[in-house]
Design a binder for this molecule. Structure first.
Ligand SMILES: CC(C)(COP(=O)(O)OP(=O)(O)OC[C@H]1O[C@@H](n2cnc3c(N)ncnc32)[C@H](O)[C@@H]1OP(=O)(O)O)[C@@H](O)C(=O)NCCC(=O)NCCS
Length: 181
């Protein structure tokens, strides 16, 4: 992928770097901003993922199991490789990192929002960006593997189950994309 310029130029809601702030100046309450993550964002990206997994833990697994999974030692290296590959997008609203999205070709490989910011539209905005990018790459559909807790979020966006659930990966879902008007 061409990174910031190819997706950032034509994709609504996506920008380049955040505007610079003078030292000590409060973050501007800006329009929602979604930008390519950089290696400097690695810690916040890992923290958001960990928070989201731990917030769901009581519903699905023990806290200990969730923590082990969220903090797997290979995770930081894999996430850094995704950032360096230009596949990871960060949603920074009102001056803080609210969530992130990973897209590989036509596949949404990760979507996480900070639990205290759930149900405020961050997940939807990130998915709008994913779908626009994937359409612009010439694909006719978006694919993803949905966790059981997120399946109805995707169904509300028009995703359909496309195969049997794999306990390790989730439920395959897809959504046909309408060509751009
Ligand atoms: C799934 C997730 C990304 C949704 O993010 P979000 O910012 O809360 O989503 P939005 O606020 O854009 O919600 C959009 C709509 O879906 C609904 N929704 C959000 N999460 C939902 C869920 N888990 N189940 C059912 N509906 C959900 C919202 O109520 C909202 O409906 P509305 O527009 O009628 O109010 C977030 O809950 C998350 O990070 N979950 C943990 C990680 C995860 O499961 N990721 C997906 C991996 S496949």
């Amino acid at each position: 992928m061409g990174g910031r310029t190819s997706a950032g130029g034509a994709t609504p809601g996506v920008s380049g770097e955040s505007p610079p702030r003078a030292p000590g100046q409060a973050p501007a309450v800006a329009a929602p901003t979604i930008r390519l993550a950089s290696p400097r964002d690695l810690d916040v990206v890992l923290a958001i993922r960990c928070e989201a997994i731990l917030a769901l833990a009581p519903e699905r697994v023990t806290l200990e199991e969730a923590r082990r999974w969220a903090e797997r030692p290979d995770r930081a290296a894999k996430t850094l490789a995704s950032i360096e590959g230009g596949r990871l997008w960060l949603d920074e609203s009102a001056g803080e990192a609210a969530g992130w999205l990973e897209v590989r070709a036509d596949f949404v490989d990760g979507l996480y929002v900070r639990p205290r910011l759930w149900r405020r539209g961050h997940g939807s905005r990130l998915m709008d960006v994913a779908e626009t990018m994937i359409r612009e790459r010439g694909f006719a559909a978006v694919r993803l593997d949905a966790s059981s807790t997120a399946q109805s979020f995707y169904q509300r966006r028009g995703y359909m189950v496309s195969g049997p659930r794999d306990p390790g990966r989730g439920t395959p879902m897809s959504k046909e994309l309408l060509p751009r008007a």
